[in-house]
Design a protein around this ligand. Structure first.
Ligand code: UD1
Length: 369
């Protein structure tokens, strides 16, 4: 708050409220990074890596899609109380308070919805939150001259890659397959237009492939609210008994075993890519906008994921084949050479590590609803 309301009593004993405008005490000694959605799955892992790299992350999250158990884990991992502001990114006034309080050196914008199926059922929920949130944050970034901006984008912007399985940043894009996907493509377009109007901005769109896994310590991980949409949380929840059975969507795709192939990227590797992105942007003298794939470069089919899980958890999984899921891309994985070249980043964990860590985390949160 910029104001302190002082209540004084006049000689007539009538109460008067006087607002004193105090000079803003901006917190600017540290390298503050605004992390919207920082209590969420990828956000929380990024907060850990930012802290380890010497930054001070400031989380803006209203916990609509995050669980407070993550805050306990974060606290242990960063060995201090994380700075968290419970704020909706669509609430511009509240967001402004943060920009007034902290001299941010960079922004990582995660806060957004991400369930493909839900976005088809309720597109306006996605357009409202994902687009309004981005517009608010980027407007404030411009107003407060915070030039380093990392946007949480997705391989969904490639749509169904025609004839290609491995995509690089210049691969032709077809239309995304869902309103969720459109919000990411539109988000990138908004940032491109902003960059053209303000060439001082330094923007990086990180296009994630399929984030999976949990922190190797088992202290933080994904906490899906309700029934999981994504494959690996569904696998581990079936393994632990929270879900009765996994349905594999489709068995007649033209792939190695008839099931869809994805590039599963460990969430800690992904988190580290954000730190490298912020670091890279802050070192650039001139404005720029870049899109960068963040994936392993390897494809894994759904049946391969199930087999690996059964081996790692040493138990069989209850699963069956079901019909194809509308909107699913058949096979896609990253050419991540640009991330390597530009950011000196590459994935270190394997899909097996990710499954092992996700399974440890699932066991750890077994008794939480
Ligand atoms: C989608 C998006 C991706 C986004 C991610 C975030 C597209 C093309 N991809 O990934 O950009 O980052 O959501 O949530 O929009 N599956 C099953 N049974 C299940 C769940 C999933 O068989 O119960 C299959 C799916 O059909 C798919 C694969 O597992 O073939 C991976 O699915 P999922 O984890 O939902 O991620 P994507 O749809 O690939």
């Amino acid at each position: 708050m910029n104001f302190i309301d002082l209540c004084i009593s006049s000689s007539t004993q009538k109460l008067k409220f006087i607002q004193f405008v105090l000079p803003l005490k901006r917190m600017d000694k540290q390298r503050y990074i605004l992390v919207t959605g920082g209590a969420g799955y990828i956000g929380s892992h990024t907060v850990v890596e930012l802290t380890r790299a010497g930054y001070t992350p400031v989380i803006a999250d209203d916990f609509r899609n995050a669980n407070r158990i993550v805050v306990d884990g974060l606290e242990k991992l960063i060995e201090s109380t994380p700075i968290i502001h419970e704020v909706d990114v669509c609430d511009a006034n509240h967001m402004r308070d943060l920009f007034e309080k902290y001299a941010f050196t960079g922004i990582i914008h995660f806060a957004a919805y991400k369930a493909v199926g839900e976005s088809v059922m309720d597109p306006l929920k996605y357009y409202h939150n994902n687009i309004q949130g981005l517009v608010n944050v980027i407007e404030l970034a411009l107003e407060f001259s915070v030039h380093n901006f990392v946007f949480s984008s997705s391989c969904t912007v490639y749509g169904e890659p025609e004839g290609l399985k491995v995509v690089n940043e210049d691969s032709p894009k077809s239309k995304p397959n869902s309103p969720y996907g459109h919000t990411k493509a539109i988000g990138e377009q908004i940032l491109m237009d902003v960059f053209k109007s303000d060439p001082e901005m330094k923007i990086m769109n990180l296009r994630y492939f399929n984030p999976v896994g949990a922190h190797p310590t088992g202290l933080i991980g994904e906490f899906p609210i309700g029934k999981p949409n994504n494959l690996l949380p569904f696998v581990t929840q079936t393994g632990i008994g929270k879900q009765a059975e996994l349905t594999v969507f489709g068995n007649d795709y033209p792939t190695v075993d008839g099931t869809c192939v994805r590039d599963y990227i460990h969430v800690v590797d992904l988190a580290k890519a954000h730190v490298k992105a912020i670091h890279f942007l802050s070192e650039q003298a001139d404005g720029l906008i870049e899109a960068v794939n963040i994936g392993t470069g390897n494809g894994t089919s759904i049946l391969e994921v199930i087999n690996l899980f059964e081996k790692i958890a040493n138990q069989s999984l209850n699963w069956k084949f079901g019909p194809r899921r509308p909107g699913d891309v058949i096979e896609i994985y990253a050419d991540a050479s640009k991330a390597n070249r530009l950011l000196n980043w590459q994935a270190e964990y394997s899909i097996s590590d990710a499954i092992e860590h996700a399974w440890n985390w699932e066991k750890m949160i077994k008794n939480y609803e």
